[in-house]
Design a protein. Structure first.
Ligand code: HEC
Length: 485
Protein backbone atom coordinates (compact mmCIF):
# COMPACT_ATOMS: atom_id res chain seq x y z
CA UNK A 1 0.00 0.00 0.00
CA UNK A 2 1.53 3.25 -1.02
CA UNK A 3 1.70 5.91 1.53
CA UNK A 4 1.16 9.38 0.29
CA UNK A 5 0.64 12.28 2.52
CA UNK A 6 -2.16 14.72 2.21
CA UNK A 7 -1.51 18.33 2.02
CA UNK A 8 -3.99 20.41 3.82
CA UNK A 9 -4.15 23.88 2.51
CA UNK A 10 -5.43 26.40 4.91
CA UNK A 11 -7.03 29.55 3.78
CA UNK A 12 -5.23 32.32 5.46
CA UNK A 13 -7.76 34.61 6.98
CA UNK A 14 -7.44 37.96 5.39
CA UNK A 15 -7.59 40.98 7.55
CA UNK A 16 -10.35 43.11 6.20
CA UNK A 17 -10.55 45.56 9.02
CA UNK A 18 -7.91 47.73 7.47
CA UNK A 19 -10.25 48.98 4.79
CA UNK A 20 -9.56 47.89 1.28
CA UNK A 21 -6.67 45.52 1.84
CA UNK A 22 -7.09 42.13 0.35
CA UNK A 23 -5.28 40.11 -2.18
CA UNK A 24 -5.46 36.82 -3.97
CA UNK A 25 -1.87 36.80 -5.03
CA UNK A 26 -0.83 33.31 -3.99
CA UNK A 27 2.85 34.05 -3.91
CA UNK A 28 2.22 36.58 -1.16
CA UNK A 29 0.09 34.26 0.85
CA UNK A 30 1.78 30.87 0.74
CA UNK A 31 -0.54 28.64 2.72
CA UNK A 32 1.08 26.48 5.38
CA UNK A 33 1.13 22.76 4.67
CA UNK A 34 0.37 20.10 7.20
CA UNK A 35 1.21 16.46 6.80
CA UNK A 36 -1.51 14.00 7.71
CA UNK A 37 -1.48 10.24 7.87
CA UNK A 38 -3.82 9.51 5.01
CA UNK A 39 -4.89 6.07 6.14
CA UNK A 40 -6.07 7.23 9.49
CA UNK A 41 -9.12 9.17 8.37
CA UNK A 42 -9.34 8.31 4.72
CA UNK A 43 -12.90 7.09 4.85
CA UNK A 44 -14.06 10.05 6.95
CA UNK A 45 -12.36 12.50 4.63
CA UNK A 46 -14.24 11.07 1.66
CA UNK A 47 -17.54 11.16 3.55
CA UNK A 48 -16.90 14.72 4.59
CA UNK A 49 -16.06 15.87 1.08
CA UNK A 50 -19.01 14.10 -0.47
CA UNK A 51 -21.66 14.66 2.15
CA UNK A 52 -20.86 17.43 4.59
CA UNK A 53 -18.88 19.94 2.57
CA UNK A 54 -21.91 21.31 0.73
CA UNK A 55 -22.98 22.97 3.98
CA UNK A 56 -19.85 22.97 6.10
CA UNK A 57 -17.31 24.09 3.50
CA UNK A 58 -14.91 22.28 1.23
CA UNK A 59 -12.34 21.60 3.87
CA UNK A 60 -12.51 20.20 7.37
CA UNK A 61 -10.54 23.20 8.60
CA UNK A 62 -13.21 25.67 7.60
CA UNK A 63 -15.76 23.60 9.49
CA UNK A 64 -13.83 22.99 12.69
CA UNK A 65 -12.71 26.59 13.05
CA UNK A 66 -15.94 27.44 14.86
CA UNK A 67 -17.54 28.12 18.17
CA UNK A 68 -19.06 24.76 19.06
CA UNK A 69 -22.72 24.88 19.84
CA UNK A 70 -23.37 21.26 20.82
CA UNK A 71 -19.95 20.31 22.14
CA UNK A 72 -16.82 18.96 20.54
CA UNK A 73 -16.28 15.81 22.58
CA UNK A 74 -16.38 12.64 20.57
CA UNK A 75 -19.75 11.65 21.98
CA UNK A 76 -21.36 15.00 21.27
CA UNK A 77 -19.98 15.07 17.74
CA UNK A 78 -21.39 11.62 17.04
CA UNK A 79 -24.68 12.69 18.58
CA UNK A 80 -24.85 15.79 16.34
CA UNK A 81 -24.10 13.86 13.18
CA UNK A 82 -26.47 11.00 13.95
CA UNK A 83 -29.47 13.00 15.06
CA UNK A 84 -28.97 16.29 13.25
CA UNK A 85 -30.80 19.51 14.09
CA UNK A 86 -33.57 19.41 11.53
CA UNK A 87 -35.04 22.78 12.49
CA UNK A 88 -31.69 24.47 12.00
CA UNK A 89 -30.92 22.79 8.69
CA UNK A 90 -28.61 20.01 9.87
CA UNK A 91 -29.96 16.71 8.55
CA UNK A 92 -29.88 13.45 10.49
CA UNK A 93 -27.43 10.90 9.10
CA UNK A 94 -28.62 8.02 11.26
CA UNK A 95 -29.51 5.79 8.36
CA UNK A 96 -26.70 6.89 6.06
CA UNK A 97 -23.61 5.54 7.85
CA UNK A 98 -22.34 2.75 10.09
CA UNK A 99 -21.15 3.08 13.71
CA UNK A 100 -17.57 2.83 12.44
CA UNK A 101 -18.20 5.72 10.08
CA UNK A 102 -19.58 7.89 12.89
CA UNK A 103 -16.58 7.09 15.05
CA UNK A 104 -14.16 7.91 12.30
CA UNK A 105 -15.97 11.12 11.32
CA UNK A 106 -15.85 12.31 14.93
CA UNK A 107 -12.12 11.53 15.11
CA UNK A 108 -11.52 13.28 11.82
CA UNK A 109 -13.29 16.39 13.10
CA UNK A 110 -11.36 16.25 16.38
CA UNK A 111 -8.12 15.92 14.46
CA UNK A 112 -9.09 18.99 12.46
CA UNK A 113 -9.67 20.91 15.68
CA UNK A 114 -6.17 19.96 16.83
CA UNK A 115 -4.68 21.16 13.56
CA UNK A 116 -6.36 24.52 13.87
CA UNK A 117 -5.15 24.85 17.46
CA UNK A 118 -1.58 24.04 16.48
CA UNK A 119 -1.50 26.54 13.71
CA UNK A 120 -0.47 29.96 14.59
CA UNK A 121 -3.47 31.53 12.94
CA UNK A 122 -2.14 34.99 12.33
CA UNK A 123 -4.03 37.61 10.44
CA UNK A 124 -2.09 38.46 7.36
CA UNK A 125 -1.92 42.06 6.44
CA UNK A 126 -2.13 42.18 2.68
CA UNK A 127 -0.68 44.90 0.60
CA UNK A 128 -2.89 44.99 -2.41
CA UNK A 129 -6.55 45.39 -3.19
CA UNK A 130 -6.05 44.51 -6.85
CA UNK A 131 -7.74 41.38 -8.22
CA UNK A 132 -7.10 39.84 -11.61
CA UNK A 133 -9.12 37.23 -13.48
CA UNK A 134 -8.92 36.11 -17.11
CA UNK A 135 -10.53 39.21 -18.50
CA UNK A 136 -10.78 41.69 -15.63
CA UNK A 137 -8.44 43.70 -13.53
CA UNK A 138 -10.15 45.54 -10.72
CA UNK A 139 -9.44 47.50 -7.61
CA UNK A 140 -11.66 46.67 -4.65
CA UNK A 141 -12.68 49.73 -2.64
CA UNK A 142 -14.34 49.45 0.76
CA UNK A 143 -17.58 51.44 0.83
CA UNK A 144 -18.99 50.30 4.19
CA UNK A 145 -17.58 48.04 6.86
CA UNK A 146 -18.62 46.52 10.15
CA UNK A 147 -21.81 44.91 8.81
CA UNK A 148 -21.71 41.25 9.75
CA UNK A 149 -24.20 39.83 7.26
CA UNK A 150 -25.17 42.52 4.73
CA UNK A 151 -28.17 41.09 2.86
CA UNK A 152 -29.98 43.71 0.78
CA UNK A 153 -28.72 46.82 -1.02
CA UNK A 154 -30.73 49.60 -2.62
CA UNK A 155 -29.26 52.67 -4.31
CA UNK A 156 -31.01 55.94 -3.56
CA UNK A 157 -31.35 58.62 -6.26
CA UNK A 158 -28.89 60.89 -4.39
CA UNK A 159 -26.20 58.18 -4.51
CA UNK A 160 -26.70 57.18 -0.90
CA UNK A 161 -27.38 53.52 -0.27
CA UNK A 162 -29.73 51.52 1.96
CA UNK A 163 -28.29 48.31 3.39
CA UNK A 164 -30.02 45.65 5.48
CA UNK A 165 -28.11 43.64 8.06
CA UNK A 166 -29.59 40.21 8.69
CA UNK A 167 -29.47 40.63 12.47
CA UNK A 168 -32.27 43.21 12.12
CA UNK A 169 -30.85 46.59 11.19
CA UNK A 170 -31.35 48.95 8.29
CA UNK A 171 -28.65 51.48 7.50
CA UNK A 172 -28.36 54.48 5.27
CA UNK A 173 -24.86 54.84 3.91
CA UNK A 174 -24.05 58.51 3.45
CA UNK A 175 -21.73 59.71 0.72
CA UNK A 176 -19.09 60.40 3.40
CA UNK A 177 -19.18 56.65 4.18
CA UNK A 178 -20.87 56.94 7.56
CA UNK A 179 -23.66 54.49 8.40
CA UNK A 180 -26.86 55.93 9.85
CA UNK A 181 -29.33 53.68 11.62
CA UNK A 182 -32.86 53.81 10.19
CA UNK A 183 -35.60 53.38 12.80
CA UNK A 184 -38.89 51.61 12.32
CA UNK A 185 -37.79 48.28 10.89
CA UNK A 186 -39.93 45.23 11.70
CA UNK A 187 -39.14 42.81 14.54
CA UNK A 188 -37.46 39.82 12.96
CA UNK A 189 -36.47 36.32 14.00
CA UNK A 190 -32.72 36.47 13.44
CA UNK A 191 -32.01 32.77 13.70
CA UNK A 192 -30.56 30.36 11.15
CA UNK A 193 -31.04 32.00 7.76
CA UNK A 194 -33.79 34.30 9.06
CA UNK A 195 -33.63 37.99 9.91
CA UNK A 196 -34.01 41.29 8.10
CA UNK A 197 -33.44 40.29 4.49
CA UNK A 198 -33.91 42.13 1.17
CA UNK A 199 -34.81 45.71 0.34
CA UNK A 200 -36.04 47.41 -2.81
CA UNK A 201 -37.30 50.85 -3.73
CA UNK A 202 -40.67 51.60 -5.27
CA UNK A 203 -40.18 52.43 -8.98
CA UNK A 204 -41.43 55.97 -8.16
CA UNK A 205 -39.32 56.28 -5.01
CA UNK A 206 -38.16 59.78 -5.96
CA UNK A 207 -41.74 60.98 -5.62
CA UNK A 208 -43.25 58.72 -2.96
CA UNK A 209 -40.24 57.57 -0.83
CA UNK A 210 -41.71 54.09 -0.53
CA UNK A 211 -39.48 51.10 0.17
CA UNK A 212 -40.10 47.38 0.64
CA UNK A 213 -38.33 45.10 3.13
CA UNK A 214 -38.49 41.32 3.24
CA UNK A 215 -37.88 39.57 6.55
CA UNK A 216 -38.46 36.54 8.73
CA UNK A 217 -41.66 37.37 10.63
CA UNK A 218 -42.54 35.30 13.68
CA UNK A 219 -45.55 34.05 15.58
CA UNK A 220 -45.29 32.71 19.12
CA UNK A 221 -47.34 29.71 20.16
CA UNK A 222 -47.33 28.16 23.64
CA UNK A 223 -44.30 26.04 23.03
CA UNK A 224 -42.48 27.29 19.94
CA UNK A 225 -41.88 30.29 17.74
CA UNK A 226 -42.92 29.84 14.13
CA UNK A 227 -41.50 31.89 11.27
CA UNK A 228 -42.12 32.75 7.64
CA UNK A 229 -41.21 35.23 4.91
CA UNK A 230 -43.00 38.58 4.94
CA UNK A 231 -42.79 41.86 3.04
CA UNK A 232 -43.25 45.24 4.68
CA UNK A 233 -44.04 48.40 2.77
CA UNK A 234 -43.00 51.67 4.42
CA UNK A 235 -42.15 55.26 3.70
CA UNK A 236 -38.65 56.55 4.32
CA UNK A 237 -38.76 59.98 5.93
CA UNK A 238 -35.40 61.26 7.09
CA UNK A 239 -33.93 58.41 9.08
CA UNK A 240 -37.25 56.83 9.95
CA UNK A 241 -39.69 54.43 8.42
CA UNK A 242 -43.31 55.42 8.77
CA UNK A 243 -46.66 54.04 7.56
CA UNK A 244 -45.35 50.49 7.91
CA UNK A 245 -47.66 47.88 6.55
CA UNK A 246 -47.19 44.15 5.97
CA UNK A 247 -48.40 43.59 2.45
CA UNK A 248 -47.34 39.96 2.07
CA UNK A 249 -47.02 37.03 4.48
CA UNK A 250 -46.13 33.60 3.07
CA UNK A 251 -48.36 30.93 4.61
CA UNK A 252 -48.11 28.62 6.41
CA UNK A 253 -45.65 29.64 9.16
CA UNK A 254 -43.20 26.86 9.96
CA UNK A 255 -40.78 25.92 12.70
CA UNK A 256 -37.69 25.79 10.49
CA UNK A 257 -35.24 28.66 10.18
CA UNK A 258 -33.98 28.15 6.65
CA UNK A 259 -34.97 28.57 2.98
CA UNK A 260 -36.78 31.90 3.34
CA UNK A 261 -35.98 33.00 -0.23
CA UNK A 262 -36.83 36.71 0.19
CA UNK A 263 -35.39 38.47 -2.83
CA UNK A 264 -37.47 41.42 -4.04
CA UNK A 265 -37.52 42.79 -7.58
CA UNK A 266 -39.85 45.14 -9.44
CA UNK A 267 -40.58 44.09 -13.01
CA UNK A 268 -40.99 46.42 -15.99
CA UNK A 269 -44.70 45.75 -15.50
CA UNK A 270 -44.58 47.70 -12.20
CA UNK A 271 -45.34 44.51 -10.21
CA UNK A 272 -43.30 43.34 -7.22
CA UNK A 273 -41.80 39.86 -7.57
CA UNK A 274 -40.97 38.03 -4.32
CA UNK A 275 -39.02 34.80 -3.94
CA UNK A 276 -40.03 32.40 -1.16
CA UNK A 277 -38.08 29.23 -0.37
CA UNK A 278 -39.68 25.88 0.49
CA UNK A 279 -38.70 26.17 4.18
CA UNK A 280 -37.10 22.73 4.19
CA UNK A 281 -40.27 20.83 3.35
CA UNK A 282 -39.63 19.76 -0.21
CA UNK A 283 -42.17 16.97 -0.15
CA UNK A 284 -45.20 19.13 0.49
CA UNK A 285 -44.48 22.68 -0.46
CA UNK A 286 -42.93 23.46 -3.85
CA UNK A 287 -45.31 21.43 -6.03
CA UNK A 288 -48.54 22.43 -4.29
CA UNK A 289 -50.35 25.59 -5.39
CA UNK A 290 -52.27 25.76 -2.11
CA UNK A 291 -49.35 27.16 -0.08
CA UNK A 292 -46.93 30.08 -0.57
CA UNK A 293 -43.66 28.16 -0.15
CA UNK A 294 -41.17 27.32 -2.90
CA UNK A 295 -42.67 29.95 -5.22
CA UNK A 296 -42.08 33.21 -6.99
CA UNK A 297 -44.98 35.58 -6.19
CA UNK A 298 -46.19 38.63 -8.07
CA UNK A 299 -48.16 41.39 -6.36
CA UNK A 300 -49.19 44.99 -6.98
CA UNK A 301 -47.24 47.72 -5.21
CA UNK A 302 -49.93 47.89 -2.49
CA UNK A 303 -49.98 44.11 -1.92
CA UNK A 304 -53.16 43.45 -3.90
CA UNK A 305 -53.26 40.69 -6.51
CA UNK A 306 -52.81 41.44 -10.21
CA UNK A 307 -55.77 40.00 -12.08
CA UNK A 308 -53.53 38.63 -14.82
CA UNK A 309 -51.62 36.33 -12.44
CA UNK A 310 -51.64 32.74 -13.71
CA UNK A 311 -53.67 31.06 -10.95
CA UNK A 312 -56.15 33.78 -9.91
CA UNK A 313 -59.10 31.86 -11.27
CA UNK A 314 -58.02 28.42 -10.12
CA UNK A 315 -59.93 27.34 -7.00
CA UNK A 316 -57.71 26.46 -4.07
CA UNK A 317 -54.61 28.10 -5.53
CA UNK A 318 -52.79 30.99 -3.92
CA UNK A 319 -53.46 33.91 -6.30
CA UNK A 320 -50.11 35.66 -5.80
CA UNK A 321 -48.18 32.65 -7.21
CA UNK A 322 -46.41 33.44 -10.47
CA UNK A 323 -44.20 30.32 -10.77
CA UNK A 324 -43.59 27.25 -8.60
CA UNK A 325 -41.33 24.24 -7.99
CA UNK A 326 -38.51 26.37 -6.51
CA UNK A 327 -36.16 25.43 -3.69
CA UNK A 328 -34.51 28.55 -2.28
CA UNK A 329 -34.00 31.47 -4.70
CA UNK A 330 -31.40 33.81 -3.16
CA UNK A 331 -30.86 36.05 -6.17
CA UNK A 332 -33.39 37.83 -8.40
CA UNK A 333 -32.90 40.52 -11.02
CA UNK A 334 -34.32 42.00 -14.18
CA UNK A 335 -32.65 41.21 -17.48
CA UNK A 336 -32.29 44.72 -18.93
CA UNK A 337 -32.32 43.42 -22.52
CA UNK A 338 -35.44 41.26 -22.36
CA UNK A 339 -37.29 42.58 -19.32
CA UNK A 340 -37.50 39.04 -17.92
CA UNK A 341 -36.95 38.12 -14.27
CA UNK A 342 -33.90 35.91 -13.68
CA UNK A 343 -33.21 34.07 -10.44
CA UNK A 344 -30.47 31.91 -9.05
CA UNK A 345 -31.37 29.33 -6.45
CA UNK A 346 -29.72 26.87 -4.15
CA UNK A 347 -29.95 23.22 -5.13
CA UNK A 348 -29.38 20.41 -2.64
CA UNK A 349 -25.94 18.82 -3.00
CA UNK A 350 -25.19 19.91 -6.54
CA UNK A 351 -27.85 21.35 -8.76
CA UNK A 352 -27.84 25.07 -7.98
CA UNK A 353 -29.74 26.71 -10.81
CA UNK A 354 -30.26 29.88 -12.80
CA UNK A 355 -33.81 30.17 -14.10
CA UNK A 356 -35.78 32.60 -16.22
CA UNK A 357 -39.10 33.10 -14.47
CA UNK A 358 -42.11 32.67 -16.73
CA UNK A 359 -45.78 32.98 -15.93
CA UNK A 360 -47.36 29.86 -14.41
CA UNK A 361 -44.36 27.63 -15.05
CA UNK A 362 -43.16 24.75 -12.87
CA UNK A 363 -39.41 24.66 -12.20
CA UNK A 364 -39.58 21.08 -11.04
CA UNK A 365 -38.20 20.91 -7.51
CA UNK A 366 -38.06 18.22 -6.15
CA UNK A 367 -39.45 16.11 -9.03
CA UNK A 368 -36.52 16.99 -11.29
CA UNK A 369 -33.12 18.11 -10.05
CA UNK A 370 -29.46 17.97 -10.95
CA UNK A 371 -28.57 17.53 -7.27
CA UNK A 372 -28.79 14.74 -4.74
CA UNK A 373 -29.69 14.79 -1.06
CA UNK A 374 -27.31 15.92 1.67
CA UNK A 375 -27.19 12.49 3.22
CA UNK A 376 -26.27 11.02 -0.16
CA UNK A 377 -29.76 9.77 -0.92
CA UNK A 378 -31.07 10.27 -4.40
CA UNK A 379 -33.91 12.79 -4.51
CA UNK A 380 -34.98 12.02 -8.02
CA UNK A 381 -33.55 10.14 -10.96
CA UNK A 382 -35.08 12.70 -13.26
CA UNK A 383 -33.36 15.79 -14.48
CA UNK A 384 -35.99 16.59 -17.14
CA UNK A 385 -39.70 16.13 -17.43
CA UNK A 386 -42.45 17.34 -19.73
CA UNK A 387 -44.23 20.34 -18.29
CA UNK A 388 -41.24 21.32 -16.16
CA UNK A 389 -38.74 24.03 -16.99
CA UNK A 390 -35.02 23.45 -17.50
CA UNK A 391 -32.58 25.84 -15.87
CA UNK A 392 -30.50 28.08 -18.14
CA UNK A 393 -27.58 26.87 -16.09
CA UNK A 394 -26.85 24.57 -13.18
CA UNK A 395 -23.81 24.25 -10.92
CA UNK A 396 -22.41 20.98 -9.59
CA UNK A 397 -20.75 21.16 -7.14
CA UNK A 398 -23.02 23.76 -5.62
CA UNK A 399 -21.56 27.24 -5.27
CA UNK A 400 -24.47 28.41 -3.05
CA UNK A 401 -25.32 31.43 -5.21
CA UNK A 402 -26.58 34.62 -3.57
CA UNK A 403 -27.36 37.84 -5.36
CA UNK A 404 -27.48 38.11 -9.16
CA UNK A 405 -26.91 41.05 -11.50
CA UNK A 406 -26.50 41.77 -15.19
CA UNK A 407 -23.51 43.91 -16.07
CA UNK A 408 -24.84 47.09 -17.68
CA UNK A 409 -23.15 50.20 -19.01
CA UNK A 410 -19.67 50.30 -20.48
CA UNK A 411 -17.38 50.46 -17.46
CA UNK A 412 -16.48 46.73 -17.61
CA UNK A 413 -15.64 46.29 -21.28
CA UNK A 414 -14.98 42.54 -21.16
CA UNK A 415 -18.03 41.76 -19.10
CA UNK A 416 -20.66 43.78 -20.98
CA UNK A 417 -24.04 42.05 -20.83
CA UNK A 418 -22.63 39.30 -18.60
CA UNK A 419 -24.27 37.83 -15.52
CA UNK A 420 -22.78 37.98 -12.02
CA UNK A 421 -23.63 35.69 -9.08
CA UNK A 422 -22.13 35.80 -5.60
CA UNK A 423 -20.94 32.51 -4.11
CA UNK A 424 -21.49 31.95 -0.41
CA UNK A 425 -19.75 28.61 -0.46
CA UNK A 426 -16.61 29.33 -2.45
CA UNK A 427 -16.38 32.99 -1.53
CA UNK A 428 -16.04 34.46 -4.97
CA UNK A 429 -17.84 36.45 -7.60
CA UNK A 430 -18.96 34.36 -10.54
CA UNK A 431 -19.24 35.76 -14.07
CA UNK A 432 -21.21 33.90 -16.74
CA UNK A 433 -21.08 34.92 -20.39
CA UNK A 434 -24.40 35.45 -22.09
CA UNK A 435 -25.26 35.30 -25.78
CA UNK A 436 -28.82 35.57 -27.12
CA UNK A 437 -30.33 34.89 -23.71
CA UNK A 438 -28.21 31.77 -23.16
CA UNK A 439 -25.28 31.20 -20.84
CA UNK A 440 -22.26 30.08 -22.83
CA UNK A 441 -18.72 28.98 -22.10
CA UNK A 442 -16.93 28.55 -18.79
CA UNK A 443 -17.55 30.71 -15.77
CA UNK A 444 -14.94 33.25 -14.79
CA UNK A 445 -14.03 33.68 -11.14
CA UNK A 446 -13.06 36.94 -9.48
CA UNK A 447 -12.48 38.03 -5.85
CA UNK A 448 -11.64 34.50 -4.75
CA UNK A 449 -11.61 34.00 -0.97
CA UNK A 450 -12.75 37.49 -0.05
CA UNK A 451 -15.62 36.10 1.99
CA UNK A 452 -19.17 34.83 1.55
CA UNK A 453 -20.58 37.05 -1.19
CA UNK A 454 -24.15 37.67 -0.18
CA UNK A 455 -25.26 40.11 -2.83
CA UNK A 456 -24.13 41.79 -6.04
CA UNK A 457 -25.69 44.81 -7.76
CA UNK A 458 -24.99 47.47 -10.34
CA UNK A 459 -25.04 50.91 -8.76
CA UNK A 460 -26.65 53.95 -10.36
CA UNK A 461 -23.08 55.12 -11.05
CA UNK A 462 -22.42 52.11 -13.31
CA UNK A 463 -20.10 50.35 -10.85
CA UNK A 464 -20.52 46.82 -9.52
CA UNK A 465 -21.05 46.56 -5.74
CA UNK A 466 -20.77 43.41 -3.64
CA UNK A 467 -22.01 42.72 -0.10
CA UNK A 468 -19.66 40.39 1.77
CA UNK A 469 -20.28 38.61 5.07
CA UNK A 470 -17.91 39.24 7.93
CA UNK A 471 -16.11 36.46 9.72
CA UNK A 472 -14.06 36.17 12.82
CA UNK A 473 -11.09 37.65 11.03
CA UNK A 474 -12.55 40.47 9.06
CA UNK A 475 -15.36 42.89 9.07
CA UNK A 476 -18.14 42.36 6.53
CA UNK A 477 -19.39 45.18 4.40
CA UNK A 478 -19.97 46.67 0.97
CA UNK A 479 -17.22 46.84 -1.64
CA UNK A 480 -17.03 48.56 -5.02
CA UNK A 481 -15.27 47.07 -8.05
CA UNK A 482 -13.30 49.75 -9.84
CA UNK A 483 -12.19 48.47 -13.27
CA UNK A 484 -8.55 48.97 -14.20
CA UNK A 485 -8.72 47.64 -17.76
C1 HEC B 1 -27.81 20.64 4.83
C2 HEC B 1 -26.64 21.25 5.38
C3 HEC B 1 -25.78 20.36 6.27
C4 HEC B 1 -25.15 19.20 5.95
C5 HEC B 1 -25.19 18.45 4.65
C6 HEC B 1 -24.41 18.81 7.11
N1 HEC B 1 -24.61 19.70 8.09
FE1 HEC B 1 -23.79 19.61 9.96
N2 HEC B 1 -24.83 21.30 10.45
C7 HEC B 1 -25.58 22.04 9.61
C8 HEC B 1 -26.10 23.18 10.33
C9 HEC B 1 -26.98 24.27 9.76
C10 HEC B 1 -25.62 23.05 11.65
C11 HEC B 1 -25.87 24.03 12.80
C12 HEC B 1 -27.09 23.61 13.57
C13 HEC B 1 -27.43 24.63 14.64
O1 HEC B 1 -26.87 25.72 14.64
O2 HEC B 1 -28.29 24.32 15.48
C14 HEC B 1 -24.81 21.86 11.68
C15 HEC B 1 -24.17 21.40 12.81
C16 HEC B 1 -23.28 20.34 12.83
C17 HEC B 1 -22.55 19.92 14.00
C18 HEC B 1 -22.63 20.55 15.35
C19 HEC B 1 -21.75 21.76 15.37
C20 HEC B 1 -21.71 22.44 16.68
O3 HEC B 1 -21.47 23.66 16.66
O4 HEC B 1 -21.88 21.81 17.72
C21 HEC B 1 -21.77 18.87 13.61
C22 HEC B 1 -20.79 18.09 14.47
C23 HEC B 1 -22.02 18.65 12.21
N3 HEC B 1 -22.96 19.56 11.77
C24 HEC B 1 -21.41 17.68 11.47
C25 HEC B 1 -21.77 17.37 10.17
C26 HEC B 1 -21.20 16.27 9.43
C27 HEC B 1 -20.08 15.37 9.92
C28 HEC B 1 -21.83 16.26 8.24
C29 HEC B 1 -21.66 15.28 7.12
C30 HEC B 1 -21.86 13.88 7.46
C31 HEC B 1 -22.78 17.36 8.23
N4 HEC B 1 -22.71 17.99 9.42
C32 HEC B 1 -23.61 17.68 7.17
C33 HEC B 1 -25.85 21.80 8.29
C34 HEC B 1 -25.43 20.67 7.62
Amino acid sequence: MNKTSYQIILLIPILFSNITSCNTNKSNNQPPHIELDENKHKNAKVIFENTCSGCHGERIETFVDRKWKYGKSKDSLIESIKNGYADAGMPSFKSAFSEDDFNELAEYIMNGIEIIKKLDFKDVEVKSNIFISESQKIQLDTIAKGIKVPWGMAFLPNNEMLITERAGKLYKLKSNKTLINIDGVPDVVAEGQGGLLDITLHPDFSDNHIIYLSYAIFKKTDSITLATTAVMKAKLVGNNLIDQQNIFVALPFSRTRHHFGSRLQFGNDGKLYISVGERGNEKENPQSLSNFLGKIHRINDDGSIPQDNPFVNQTGSIPSIYSYGHRNPQGMTLNPRTGEIWVNEHGPRGGDEINIIRKGKNYGWPIITYGINYDGKIISNLTKKDGMEQPVKYWTPSIAPSGIAFVTGDKYKNWEGGLLSGSLRFRYLNHSKIRTNKIIGEDEILLRNIGRIRNVKMGNDGFIYVAVDGSKNWSGGIFKLVPLN
